[in-house]
Write a protein that binds this ligand. Sequence first.
Ligand code: NAG
Length: 348
Amino acid sequence: MWVRTGVVGFLGAALLAAQVASASSSDWQFIDGDAFTQRLAKQEPMLVAFVAPEDDLSKPLLPEWKKLRKELPYTAALNCTSIPAVCREAQVSSLPVIRLYQADGSMVRYRGPRRAAAIAPFIKRMVRPIVTELAAHEQSTFAKVDDIVIVAQLWEEDEALTEHFLHVAEEYRDRYTFGITSPQSSASGTVVCRNNPDDMEHTMSDLDRVGALEELLEKCTTPLVMPLTRRNELVFNTIAKSPVYYFSDDEADRQAYTNMVRPVAKAFSEYLLFATVDIDEYPLMAPTLGMQGRGLCLQNLHNGQIFHFPAGSALSAQAVQNFIVAVSEGKVQPWTGAAEGGRSHDEL
Ligand SMILES: *[C@@H]1O[C@H](CO)[C@@H](O)[C@H](O)[C@H]1NC(C)=O
């Protein structure tokens, strides 16, 4: 047996070497206009990247595209600099553009971040039915197929509820995965929403209430550690929790922090709102809070006082937790905001 494995291993290595060699000569592996038209005519699912490969906006997509190509059998890239007429015909304007052409002839634009880790799950969602019908025993497996999975347990008689659920699923299918099944007991209908990255589950039963389903989605899809974006920044002004900000200019670093701090965020979720902030996107925010470069601070919602996690000390879940406890026990001095003078000094 080990001999066969050895041979396969050797062939695998040879194949890999061949792939690496060809990849360096033609990175994008573009198809031409005719091939594109032919593949469209076949009406098979096809993920297409329209790019201007020498353009600065398109270049960062290449490494992500290579990752996608390994995962998905049906990708195609078009060099719109070389075949502009074909791209114009497809009504592509500002490049790069990513689209999924579906087996039924319809087309969906991809609007999320241009990263393989976000595009691949989007494709999987779009090739699923809008709502997957599930047998009882399939539920636990299905609950893991995506980051956010929403399963309705509804009676056939609940026509209005079912219809509303379908509407919501249609609207959000590009971001979340939806399923439907029959209730297990004689209970009334419920909807269960699972957030896998945060390992949390939310259930709603009073579905007749207006806006109940939307409320459930909002609650379930809000991550324990939120990346601050133009879309959600309002939440930080309206929510009655003290924010804990982590500033960093590096996405991988912010992700590592998110994974590390998640259990702490969960433990304090009633009082604190954990967020990560991209320094490059919000250059003025860190100085306002007295922060320079990477680092963590907590702002007291009630009196506005700002507490800095000691610069230079190692950031770990335990250290963050100790810091929060110390702040709550009044053992950490707030930032005095020396530059502004003012209120904090008066309180001393
Ligand atoms: C894309 O097309 C342009 C115009 O034909 C060509 O100059 C360029 O080398 C092509 N890029 C790649 C990466 O193939």
